[in-house]
Design a protein around this ligand. Structure first.
Ligand code: M6R
Length: 606
């Protein structure tokens, strides 16, 4: 949701900002822009389209800021692209977030004689800072004063041509400082922007302001302008992890990384037949005090909660709900001390999830999270965090983060069930053994890629699709439909298989591909009846079933075989064909798989 970068150091700043923006492009790719400072003058270059396809013509400089946009307010035009400059062209800003009161602020600034060149909410920030500067106060104070007038969320990097300083400031939007060689600095929306140059970072928190002047960084609370001491940490991700490594797309690479990332997520956490989660000891001690568990997340992360609701209830015998974070927050939920809220998020920055967890916390719930990005806002605001170790996920469509979330929640459920004495030690040990076997089964599933690619090619021209499953495979059907929609733009719907006959069956004809997840488990016979119902109406049936199910293979149009796992863990296997099917369909249709239209990786606005 917009990528912002600033650089201050000894190298060609505009070039470094451009390279860093290219690595952040998954956050937004409507338009881009860079402003650099040389000879006390700001020079600007802005373009509609993708930065990955662009060349730069800015003069060399030591300090620059840049932005890659995912439009919220104002169309995709050069004028609306960031950076935005004040009237006197002495202040430039880049912004990620939403200024909710921008219309009122804009009106006030217009009355004072400011002239605007675009329609974005962000442009008011440049003019507000310019206005504050008239008070002859330090630049950082002018930025802080301007920020205090903003309602909504922001990560802003501002550049001042008069003092040659750069200021970063944040509230409810991510911003991280990278400390490079010779005290050069990067400011960016996430670490992927500068991993090639440094792994030493300082994560800014809400209300933090950082001033970069020469080779110095100083930190303040922008509300009080009190100086702050910040902790430097080392990021474990490698810069290679954020490269395609020979794969055509990041999404494909990330699908194929899943066995390895599942192993990483389990590493050190499954010991001698037990789940060992030191980060959760405090919460697990209270395992018997909770009456209910609520999973919160958005999109794919929400589906992870929906899948594991089945497993958690089965193992722990405790009521579990999974809710869209975006809905939870706005319905005055009944939640309190006896609830354990589990937030799920790859980025740890999703605005809807953040708002929901704050609501739950304010009402007294215990809050834990399953997060991929270390030290992200959701992670920091949780009572305990269980990190998935998926590494950087660059493809906009979430894949490896999802399977790692499922693995992490499964571990948590086993540990929880043991504490609540809801499962025997031997059952827990057998589940742990099944978890350990998963990566091999995931690898086996990936080996079906040629079959899945051929099926994808056969159906790639269709305009609609249905995905059906039962029990914990229903959310996997939802995930299959979401993957197909977001990267191939084919309209897809998912529902519990039995629900089809209550209406959607009217859609079935020879043009409608229906993907069934039909593993030989307790609901198999029922799903089989639903397959027959589709066949009877000339629909095209593609099934995902367990190896050796030749009876079903003969009944349907296309079959994808997967290995069988412990039933409670089977969704972790079943989702892989869904991901590959969507990928190969989208690729065949010539879609931009890693950067689907209208989307952005991390949705940091509500
Ligand atoms: O970073 P998060 O996991 O909080 O993101 C949640 C959703 O925005 C995300 O899963 C989205 O639905 C993906 N594009 C799905 O592939």
């Amino acid at each position: 949701m917009c990528g912002i970068v600033g650089y201050s150091g000894n190298e060609d700043a505009a070039l470094l900002v451009m390279q860093s923006l290219k690595r952040l492009e998954y956050r937004g790719y409507d338009s881009w822009g860079i402003v650099s400072l040389s000879n006390n003058k700001l020079s600007s270059e802005k373009k509609v389209g993708r930065i990955s396809e662009a060349k730069l013509s800015l003069p060399k400089s030591k300090i620059a800021i840049g932005h890659t946009r995912w439009a919220t307010h104002g169309q995709v035009t050069k004028q609306n692209a960031h950076p935005h400059l004040g009237c006197k062209q002495k202040v430039a800003i880049v912004h990620n977030g939403i200024v909710e009161n921008y219309l009122t602020l804009r009106e006030g600034l217009l009355k004072k004689g400011h002239k605007f060149s675009g329609e974005t909410d962000s442009e008011v920030i440049a003019h507000l800072i310019e206005d504050e500067k008239k008070k002859a106060i330090p630049f950082e104070k002018a930025v802080a004063n301007a920020a205090s007038k903003l309602d909504g969320s922001f990560a802003v990097v501002a550049l001042d041509s008069e003092t040659g300083s750069m200021v970063g400031i944040r509230k409810n939007s991510p911003l991280v400082l990278g400390i490079g060689k010779g005290n050069s600095f990067f400011l960016a929306s996430d670490v992927n922007a500068f991993l090639k140059h440094t792994k030493k970072v300082i994560f800014l928190e809400d209300n933090d302001l950082v001033l970069l002047k020469g080779h110095h960084a100083s930190f303040f609370d922008f509300k009080s302008m009190k100086k702050l001491k910040k902790k430097e940490v080392e990021v474990k991700w490698s810069s290679e992890e954020a490269e395609k490594m020979g794969f055509k797309h990041f999404m494909l690479k990330e699908i194929f990384e899943q066995p390895e990332k599942a192993i990483a997520t389990m590493e050190g956490r499954l010991v001698a037949g037990k789940v060992v989660l030191p980060e959760f000891e405090k919460i697990l001690k209270k395992a018997n005090s909770f009456n209910r568990i609520i999973f919160l997340g958005c999109g794919t992360a929400f589906y992870a909660g929906l899948v594991q609701k089945y497993l958690f209830e089965e193992l722990c015998r405790i009521p579990v709900e999974a809710e869209y974070a975006s809905e939870f927050r706005y319905r005055n939920p009944v939640v309190g001390k006896k609830d354990l809220v589990i937030a799920i998020s790859q980025s740890g920055e999703t605005a809807d999830t953040l708002a929901a967890i704050r609501e739950a916390k304010a009402k007294g719930a215990t809050l834990v999270s399953i997060v991929n990005v270390v030290d992200s806002t959701i992670a920091r605001e949780s009572d305990s965090v269980l990190y998935t170790r998926a590494g950087p996920e660059i493809g906009v469509a979430s894949t490896k983060a999802f399977t790692c979330q499922l693995v992490a929640i499964a571990m948590l459920a086993i540990a929880f069930a043991v504490k609540r004495k809801a499962v025997s030690k031997s059952k827990a040990a057998s589940l742990v053994a099944s978890l350990k076997k998963l990566p091999v089964l995931m690898q086996e599933t990936l080996e079906e890629k040629a079959v899945i690619k051929a099926i994808a090619s056969k159906y790639s021209k269709k305009t609609n699709a249905l995905f059906l499953g039962r029990g914990h495979n229903y959310p996997i059907a939802l995930e299959g439909a979401l993957k197909l929609k977001e990267i191939s733009y084919i309209h897809a719907e998912a529902m519990p298989a039995a629900e089809m006959k209550h209406g959607p069956i009217a859609l079935i004809d020879k043009e409608m591909p229906v993907v069934f997840i039909a593993i030989r488990d307790q609901t198999y016979e029922k799903v089989l009846s639903n397959v027959e119902e589709v066949k009877a109406r000339a629909g095209k049936v593609i099934v995902v079933t367990d190896k050796g199910n030749t009876v079903l293979e003969e009944m349907v149009d296309d079959t994808i075989f997967v290995p069988k796992s412990e039933e409670l863990l089977q969704p972790i296997i079943n989702v892989i064909p869904m991901q590959l099917l969507a990928y190969y369909v989208a690729d065949k249709r010539g879609c931009d798989v890693d950067k689907p239209r209208n989307l952005a990786k991390s949705v940091t606005v509500e």
